[in-house]
Unconditional design. Structure first.
Length: 324
């Protein structure tokens, strides 16, 4: 086992035998060598564990943990509990990264003393094309800043609808994660939506890089493309409830007061996403429209002009979907 790694790369694994070797090769062959690679077998029933075990035999930097199928959040939390690195990078087991990703991210983190280095992603389509997602062009917005506060980063990205709730784009100081107890909410999908919001808000120093290092594989059968839309709605509501509680906690503690309205913008962005799912499911949706309508009326007077407009737009766009 590698005893003093600078970076811990945490990889939850569940039934990804066809993609896992590509993922692991991209990590073990990093130009930056001072890493530990923590693989969490989340109850896989295919050859994933065998593949992981073979890599751990060949490379003493690879650590394999196993648990019953508790989901990606529980797997990431298990990885965080044993991680020894000064920095944390999350990678999903069906994706891959540039072979110099860790070297460049780590260099930037040390240079800027940033708690978070925010990079960018290519989406890999089944036909072989690799394109940046048009929504996540956050670098062009913040390119004039070598380092900025998480509050400023969060608010500016929210104002142009470019906030990336993608945890694998956040190269993060381990001490920062421990200080703010940044664990993932278990038992849901879309857990990134909650974790990334909190991470940016809490961060005092964020460095945004024009660096596309992560390759997200769009494929059938992945969690984000599962047909289990009911579970996705349930998870999204859980995220909304947790974000509401987070906003209330910030208000009670009188912390990050100027940013609370942007948390509600994220909440109503989630409502629009929920409405998209509900429309596809052809479900009875009155309870959701009623709940978010009451919430909007309650918080509306506390919001800035932009925040009022953004929350209202998401709410009405969602309702229009439900009426079709």
């Amino acid at each position: 086992m590698f005893t003093n790694p600078i970076v811990s790369v945490i990889v939850p694994v569940y039934n990804t035998e066809f993609y896992l070797e590509d993922c692991l090769n991209s990590i073990v062959n990093q130009t930056y060598r001072s890493i530990e690679i923590i693989l969490i077998n989340d109850g896989s029933t295919d050859r994933s564990y065998e593949i992981m075990n073979n890599y751990s035999i060949r490379d003493d930097r690879v650590v394999v943990l196993s648990q019953s199928n508790n989901g990606v959040s529980a797997a990431r939390n298990a990885g965080l509990k044993v991680a020894k690195g000064k920095y944390i990078l999350f990678v999903d087991s069906d994706d891959f990264i540039r072979n110099d990703a860790v070297e460049i991210l780590c260099r930037q983190a040390i240079l800027t003393n940033a708690e978070i280095v925010l990079g960018n992603v290519y989406f890999c389509y089944p036909d072989g094309k690799q394109n940046p997602h048009p929504r996540y062009q956050h670098v062009t917005i913040l390119s004039n800043h070598l380092v900025l506060s998480g509050e400023k980063c969060f608010s500016q990205l929210s104002e142009v609808d470019a906030f990336p709730p993608l945890v694998y784009l956040y190269f993060t100081k381990h001490a920062f994660i421990r200080k703010h107890q940044m664990l993932f909410e278990e038992g849901i999908v879309h857990e990134d939506e909650l974790w990334c919001d909190k991470a940016l808000i809490y961060a005092q120093r964020v460095s945004v890089m024009d660096f596309f290092y992560y390759f997200y594989r769009l494929r059938e059968g992945s969690i984000m493309h599962s047909d289990n839309k009911k579970y996705s709605v349930y998870s999204s509501i859980r995220v909304v409830n947790s974000l509401e509680a987070f906003a209330a906690e910030l208000k009670r503690k009188k912390e990050f007061v100027k940013i609370i309205g942007y948390v509600y913008v994220r909440i109503f962005c989630m409502y629009y996403f929920i409405c998209q799912l509900l429309q596809e499911m052809k479900e009875n949706t009155n309870e959701y429209a009623t709940y978010f309508g009451r919430l909007l009326r309650k918080i509306y007077p506390t919001l800035s002009g932009f925040q009022q407009q953004a929350c209202s737009n998401y709410f009405h766009k969602g309702n229009k979907l439900l009426l079709r």
